[in-house]
Ligand binder design. Structure first.
Ligand code: APR
Ligand code: PHB
Length: 391
C-alpha cells in the first residue's frame, strides 16, 4: 500500500488531520489500534475553545456540535464558601462549548466513513521504519501483515503510542511534572448543578461540576494518584461533592442521580521537544499532556493539527518546506503557554497534602485577586476561551 500521509491514531488529532488533508486534496490512511466502539465510547473531557469550534465548523464537521453543544459565556470559581463568576464572553467576546470529546470523534469517524476514505480499526503490531528517509508503517490488520509506504507519517497515537518512542532519545528533550493527586470523575443521570461550570477549591480538595447535557452531569473530585475506586461508594462521592461545592448559608446545588460511569484521571504535564524527526511529525497527546484543569488537551491537539495540515499543504503542493521546518517551533510556542495556564489553574485550585497552611493562604489570596481584578479576570478568560492561533 502507498499513501501520501500515514496517520497513526484515530483520536481527535488523527481524525481531524485526515479531514483537513482530504479538503486539501492530500491522500491519507488512518490506522487505529482500538475498535470503533472503543474509541467512540471512551469518555474524556468535553470543553471546546471558540477556535476549536470554528475549526470544526470550517471543516464541515460541526453540524451536530452546533445542535447539541452547550455554549457557555462564563464560569464560576468557588472558594471559602463564596461564589464568583468570570464573565468569559464579556471580557473576551468569545465563548466555550461543552461537547464531549468522543462526540467530536464520532462525528469525524462518521464523516470519513461517509466519504469512503481509508480508516482501519483494530490494527496491531504498528511500527514505523526509516523515518528519516523513505518512511514505512508496518502493521497487522485482520490477521494479515501489511506495509504502508508514505511520504510523511503523522504520529497522532496519543501519550502511550509508538511514534514518540521511535524518535532517537538523544534527538528529543522531555519536560515532565507529575502531580501528587488525581481526579475521580463520574458521569451521572442528574441535572447539572449550575448552567455553567463550577471550579471549587476546598480544604478537602478540588471539585469541578460540569455536564454533558441538561440531564447528564459530569463531576470530578480531587483524590489520591493511586486512588482505589472501590473506596469511593456513590454516597462518599456525593457527600464530597456537596461539601466541596457548598456556598455558605445556601442549600447544595448538587443534584444526585444514578452514577453511570466512574474513573480516575491522572494529572501530568509533559512536553516532548521537538515534535518532528525527519519525516515523522507528532501531534496532540503523542507530544504533550496537560493536567485536565482548564480542559486544554483536545484543544491543543486541534491547534497542532491546524499547523501540521497547512505545512503539509505547502509541502505537497510545491510551496516548500518552510512551514514544515517551523512546525515544532510554532506549536511549542502555544503549547508552553497552555502548559503554563493548565499548571497555574491546577496549583491554584488543588490541595497539597504537605501544605502547612502557607500554600492555602496564597491560593486564597490568588483567587481573591483573580476575582477582584478585571485585568486578572481577563488573563484567566483569554486563556480559558483559547489564545489566538499563530497561523
Ligand atoms: N497504533 C495505532 N493507533 C494507536 C496506537 C498504535 N500503536 N497507539 C495508540 N493508538 C491510538 C489510540 O488508541 C487512540 O485512539 O491513537 C489514538 C490517540 O488518540 P488520543 O489519545 O485521543 O490523542 P489525541 O488525538 O492526541 O487527542 C488528544 O485526547 O487524551 C485526550 O486529553 C487528551 O483531549 C486530549 C486528546
Ligand atoms: C469536562 O466537561 O469533562 C471538563 C470540563 C472542564 C475541565 C475539565 C473537564 O476543566
Amino acid at each position: 500500500m502507498r499513501t501520501q500521509v500515514g496517520i497513526i491514531g484515530a483520536g481527535p488529532a488523527g481524525l481531524l488531520l485526515g479531514r483537513m488533508l482530504q479538503r486539501m486534496g492530500i491522500d491519507a490512511v488512518v490506522l487505529e489500534a482500538r475498535s470503533r466502539d472503543y474509541v467512540e465510547g471512551r469518555i474524556r473531557a468535553g470543553l471546546l475553545e471558540q477556535g476549536s469550534v470554528d475549526t470544526l465548523t470550517e471543516e464541515g464537521v460541526a453540524g451536530r456540535l452546533h445542535r447539541e453543544g452547550l455554549a457557555h459565556d462564563g464560569l464560576e470559581l468557588r472558594f471559602e464558601g463564596e461564589n464568583h463568576r468570570i464573565e468569559l464572553t464579556a471580557l473576551t467576546q468569545k465563548r466555550v462549548t461543552i461537547y464531549g470529546q468522543q462526540e467530536v470523534v464520532k462525528d469525524l469517524i462518521a464523516q470519513r466513513i461517509t466519504d469512503g476514505l481509508p480508516l482501519l480499526f483494530d490494527v496491531s503490531d504498528t511500527a514505523v521504519h526509516d523515518i528519516a528517509g523513505k518512511p514505512r508503517i508496518t502493521f497487522t490488520h485482520g490477521g494479515v501483515a501489511q506495509e504502508l509506504h508514505c511520504d510523511i507519517i503523522a504520529g497522532c497515537d496519543g501519550f502511550h503510542g509508538i511514534c514518540r518512542p521511535a524518535i532517537p532519545a538523544e534527538k528529543m528533550a522531555i519536560f515532565d511534572r507529575i502531580y501528587p493527586f488525581a481526579w475521580l470523575g463520574i458521569l451521572a443521570e442528574a441535572r447539572p448543578a449550575s448552567h455553567e461550570l463550577i471550579y471549587a477549591r476546598h480544604e478537602d480538595g478540588f471539585a469541578l461540576a460540569t455536564m454533558r447535557s441538561e440531564t447528564l452531569t459530569r463531576m470530578y473530585v480531587q483524590c489520591a494518584p493511586d486512588e482505589d475506586l472501590a473506596a469511593w461508594s456513590d454516597r462518599r462521592i456525593w457527600d464530597a461533592l456537596h461539601a466541596r461545592l457548598a456556598r455558605a448559608g445556601l442549600p447544595s446545588q448538587v443534584n444526585e442521580g444514578p452514577i453511570i460511569q466512574k474513573g480516575v484521571t491522572a494529572m501530568r504535564s509533559f512536553v516532548a521537544e521537538p515534535m518532528r524527526y525527519g519525516r515523522l511529525f507528532l501531534a496532540g497527546d503523542a507530544a504533550h499532556i496537560v493536567p485536565p484543569t482548564g480542559a486544554k488537551g483536545m484543544n491543543l491537539a486541534i491547534a497542532d493539527v491546524r499547523i501540521l495540515a497547512r505545512a503539509l499543504d505547502d509541502f505537497f503542493h510545491g510551496r516548500g518546506e518552510r512551514l514544515m521546518d517551523d512546525y515544532s517551533r510554532i506549536c511549542l510556542d502555544r503549547i508552553w503557554k497552555v502548559q503554563r495556564f493548565s499548571w497555574w489553574m491546577t496549583q491554584m485550585l488543588h490541595r497539597y497534602d504537605a501544605d502547612d497552611g502557607f500554600e492555602q493562604r496564597v491560593q486564597t489570596a490568588e483567587l481573591r485577586y483573580v476575582c477582584g481584578s478585571e485585568a486578572a479576570r481577563t488573563t484567566l478568560a483569554e486563556n480559558y476561551v483559547g489564545l489566538p492561533y499563530a497561523v
